[in-house]
Write a protein that binds this ligand. Structure first.
Ligand SMILES: CC(C)(COP(=O)(O)OP(=O)(O)OC[C@H]1O[C@@H](n2cnc3c(N)ncnc32)[C@H](O)[C@@H]1OP(=O)(O)O)[C@@H](O)C(=O)NCCC(=O)NCCS
Length: 191
């Protein structure tokens, strides 16, 4: 019975309540909470949402469309986070098995987003993963392992691109520019 209710509640969030119409946000919070998710105050869930794991979202977050939590692990999102569209948390996985079946023993993972962070569209989390507070994850990144607070990270797997100042400036870019100039000295290459 509970699973039928859960299906109906998700169906409502994912169909006629989906979108950014402000009066629906409160109802979507209540429906998600009634399905076992922990949803903070003033969270705005665009929907559709798919969630098979444990989900904890802090206050004042934005959850973009097609937010997906696959597997039976845990996703914890701190206060004041913005999650772009199509972000996926792969909270399940396997140990690498023997040749006959490489997807070995099942694993559940914990994936955390520190408060104040922004996760770009289509980012994917795999294995145990932590994004430190006030960080930015670039669109399409694959986040695994631990990323520190106040960083901009991107790519597959996500690596630190820059650190961010309190006001949002990217730090250490001059050093990167200097390195790029050195790296691009191709005078001894003939085509
Ligand atoms: C990460 C992001 C915010 C950076 O934007 P920006 O401040 O204008 O910075 P820049 O474009 O100057 O990029 C800074 C560096 O990050 C790199 N970068 C930018 N986006 C990247 C991405 N998606 N993946 C990998 N690297 C990326 C740039 O190549 C650049 O590297 P360099 O310093 O070696 O040249 C932006 O690229 C992004 O991904 N935004 C998310 C957009 C989104 O998901 N929108 C949906 C609604 S929330």
């Amino acid at each position: 019975m509970a699973s039928v209710y859960k299906r109906l509640a998700h169906a409502a969030v994912n169909t006629f309540l989906a979108g950014t119409f402000p009066p629906f946000f409160k109802l979507k919070r209540a429906l998600m909470a009634s399905c076992g998710a922990q949803i903070g105050k003033n969270v705005r869930i665009v929907g559709p949402v798919y969630c098979s794991g444990k989900l904890v979202i802090g206050d004042n977050c934005w959850i973009g469309k097609n937010f997906t939590v696959n597997g039976n692990g845990t996703v914890e999102i701190g206060d004041d986070c913005d999650i772009g569209p199509e972000v996926t948390f792969e909270t399940g996985g396997h140990a690498i098995g023997a040749a006959g079946r490489r997807a070995g023993e099942g694993r559940n993972f914990v994936q955390r987003v520190g408060k104040g962070s922004w996760i770009g569209g289509r980012a994917t989390f795999v294995n145990n993963a932590v994004v430190g507070e006030s960080s930015v994850i670039a669109a399409c990144a694959c986040v695994t392992g631990v990323l520190p607070a106040n960083c901009l990270a991107g790519g597959v797997p996500a690596r630190i691109i820059a650190f961010l100042s309190e006001s949002g400036e990217k730090l250490r870019l001059e050093q990167k520019a200097e390195k790029a100039r050195t790296d691009s000295d191709c005078s001894d290459i003939s085509l």
